[in-house]
Design a protein around this ligand. Structure first.
Ligand code: ZN
Length: 104
């Protein structure tokens, strides 16, 4: 219980910066696509890019939610589904992310 914990972290490996647009909310929140990354803005889980082209296909990673439903939910309530509301980033913090509004 006496060892000093002052050693600095070696390497400092950082997560890659987000550079891909979330297919649900349109914010640039994903470091890669189709890698089950969870969007900090809307909490959509980016299971597979196939949902971009098939937004009415239920996504298993999103509990059967479709991308089309998730987009509608995000517009209405600010999260991909109501259950995720406690987890999403507060609206005032969204400004830290680039946004390319999805219109469809
Ligand atoms: Zn999102």
């Amino acid at each position: 219980m006496s060892a000093s914990r002052k050693r600095s972290k070696t390497g400092g490996r950082k997560a890659p910066p987000p550079q891909f647009i979330c297919p649900c909310c349109g914010y640039v929140t994903l470091a890669e696509r189709g890698a089950y990354l969870i969007c900090a803005i809307c909490f959509w889980e980016d299971e597979d890019i196939l949902y971009d082209k098939n937004p009415r296909e239920p996504s298993a990673a999103n509990h059967g939610l479709t991308l089309a439903e998730a987009r509608a939910n995000f517009r209405a309530i600010g999260a991909c589904e109501a259950a995720m509301l406690p987890h999403v980033l507060p609206a005032e913090q969204r400004a830290a992310y680039l946004h390319f509004p999805l219109d469809n």
